[in-house]
Design a binder for this molecule. Structure first.
Ligand code: SF4
Length: 357
């Protein structure tokens, strides 16, 4: 018997009961998910709910947002703060890991909660919340007092959940700091709540005199609905430069066809593929994690298949806050004496000669 077709949902689904009522989880599955819902936030927007095929037990959209009993399995190597934000936070809301840039985490709320989230212990209604006005003042004072800060990256949480008024207050304060040249937003809103990107919100993202970038987090080509494509077009047409970030996820995008289509979707929508993240050691997420070797094989397969414009950097956030490393050891090996062995996309090894004197 076919599963009943769920009705369109009108508001975000924020509990196991909501998901059950919308028929996105089966009634018999609900009891085993209750304790997950108590610990890790749940939110599925109407746009995302409409993308889920409840008849497909392996639906790649559902897998990203619908709780799974596997989240109760916590492995010893998993960490509450896998990329070590806390170790580099001089004042609340600021993470200063690299000399020339900081994260500004004004809010720890998201329109959706990804089941693999690397900040899942910090985001959500029980998370770190929104910075108080005095904490925002201290964060801006920190940025203004460090002339080496060239770029401010608004993340969290998803900064685009803020109202245009509150976003404008942030971008105006950043615009007034001379040494900040680049403002970057990390968000999922264009794909999970595209209607939110109206003229007022897009205008509020512009920081006068600064280059404004927006990194769109999307993991599967089906996330590029017509509404999402139009939202991206509005951003790009407004002069905002878009780059991508995706997480390599088992059961979502861990095959070369899906990854190739995802990267092409970015480029077709004028979004430069930027980061493909190896999944972090977040608690209860081992069912999403590939091995680094599996990730390297997928990234190598992409190289021969799609344009150079479509290639992302495959990135590992080194656990403990040591920053990002490009995973590329599979392609180039130092043989000593200035010689390298370079492997092409077919797996053939080539010598790269040392420089002649
Ligand atoms: S949108 Fe980002 S911060 Fe929010 S739950 Fe997803 S991965 Fe985590």
């Amino acid at each position: 018997m076919n599963a009943p077709i769920p009705s369109p949902v009108a508001r975000a689904l924020k509990s196991v009961a909501d998901l059950e009522a919308a028929r996105l989880i089966a009634p018999e599955a609900a009891p085993s998910l209750g304790s997950i819902g108590e610990h890790y936030a749940i939110a599925v927007t109407p746009a995302v709910a409409a993308l889920i095929d409840p008849a497909d037990a392996n639906d790649p959209i559902a897998r990203q947002f619908i709780p799974d009993p596997a989240e109760l399995i916590r492995l010893p190597e998993e960490r509450d703060d896998p990329i070590g934000d806390a170790a580099h936070s001089p004042v609340p809301g600021i993470v200063h890991r690299y000399p020339d840039r900081v994260l500004l985490k004004a809010v720890h709320v998201c329109p959706v909660y990804c089941r693999f989230c690397f900040r899942r212990e910090m985001v959500g209604p029980q998370g770190l919340g929104t910075l108080a006005p005095s904490e925002m003042d201290a964060a801006f004072e920190y940025i203004a007092g460090h002339p080496e800060i060239w770029e401010v990256i608004l993340t969290g949480g998803d900064p685009l959940v803020l109202s245009p008024r509150r976003l404008r207050a942030i971008t105006e304060r950043l615009a007034a700091i001379d040494h900040v040249k680049v403002v970057r937003f990390h968000t999922r809103v264009p794909v999970v709540e595209p209607a939110r990107l109206d003229a007022a919100l897009i205008e509020a993202l512009k920081a006068s005199g600064k280059a404004v970038y927006l990194a769109l987090h999307a993991n599967h080509p089906r996330e590029f609905t017509d509404d999402a494509r139009q939202a991206c077009a509005r951003l790009v047409d407004a002069g905002i430069v878009m780059v991508s970030q995706s997480v390599l996820l088992r059961g979502v995008n861990d095959d070369v066809e899906t990854l190739a289509l995802l990267m092409r979707n970015f480029v077709e929508n004028r979004i430069k593929p930027y980061y493909l993240h190896h999944p972090d050691l977040a608690p209860g997420t081992s069912h999403f994690r590939l091995t680094i070797e599996e990730g390297q094989a997928l990234v190598a397969a992409l190289r021969g298949r799609i344009s150079g414009l479509c290639q992302p950097a495959y990135i590992l956030d080194i656990p403990g806050g040591h920053g990002k490393a490009v995973i590329s050891a599979s392609t180039i090996a130092n043989e000593g004496g200035g010689c390298f062995t370079v492997t092409d996309f077919r797996g053939n090894a080539h010598n790269y000669p040392p420089r002649s004197e």
